[in-house]
Design a protein around this ligand. Structure first.
Ligand code: FEO
Length: 168
């Protein structure tokens, strides 16, 4: 299962690479940048490969990477597809952790926790971007600037301006 996951992570990186390139040639430099950044899936691949080789008796197998999928229809479709890839990947990680638990392989169980956590972060990150995309593409009560307003509030100071003590 770990060897399969090496190639799954390599495939994830291919998906991000191909979608990033698609976004770039369609003039979405910011989205392309975000997607190129996710080629860090190759680091996940490498982390598993090293774990297999470093545990006595394990041998990592490098096999063919599946072909990257067709280009998405638009940005909304791209983000939904990315989310689905991440959810599918989370399920595969869960299966590894489940098996490690069943076999009382506590080293792999512990190793897998890092990936469980990563998947929570990555699903949440993509979900957050989908929320922003929806906000940016929606008109509410004739207001089309909610995305900008929300972005401004994200960066707004949490400290209210209060008078200095000596002014009391
Ligand atoms: Fe390494 Fe999002 O998977």
């Amino acid at each position: 299962m770990l060897n399969k996951q090496v190639m799954v992570e390599a495939f994830q990186a291919q998906v991000y690479l191909s979608y990033a390139s698609w976004a770039e040639v369609n003039s979405f430099a910011g989205i392309a940048n975000f997607l190129y950044g996710h080629m860090h899936e190759r680091e996940h691949m490498f982390k598993i490969l090293k774990y297999i080789n470093d545990r006595g008796g394990g041998k990592a197998k490098i096999e063919a990477i599946d072909k990257a999928p067709e280009n998405p229809k638009d940005i909304g479709d791209c983000l939904q597809k990315i989310l689905k890839h991440e959810i599918d990947n989370s399920k595969k990680i869960d299966q590894i952790v489940n098996l490690a638990h069943e076999e009382k392989d506590w080293a792999t169980f512990s190793f897998g926790q890092w990936f469980v956590q990563k998947q929570i972060e990555e699903e949440s990150l993509v979900n957050g971007i989908i929320d922003k995309y929806n906000l940016a593409s929606t008109e509410v009560d004739g207001n089309t600037s909610l995305y900008e307003m929300d972005r401004d509030l994200t960066n707004a100071s949490q400290e209210a301006e209060t008078p200095r003590e000596e002014e009391f």
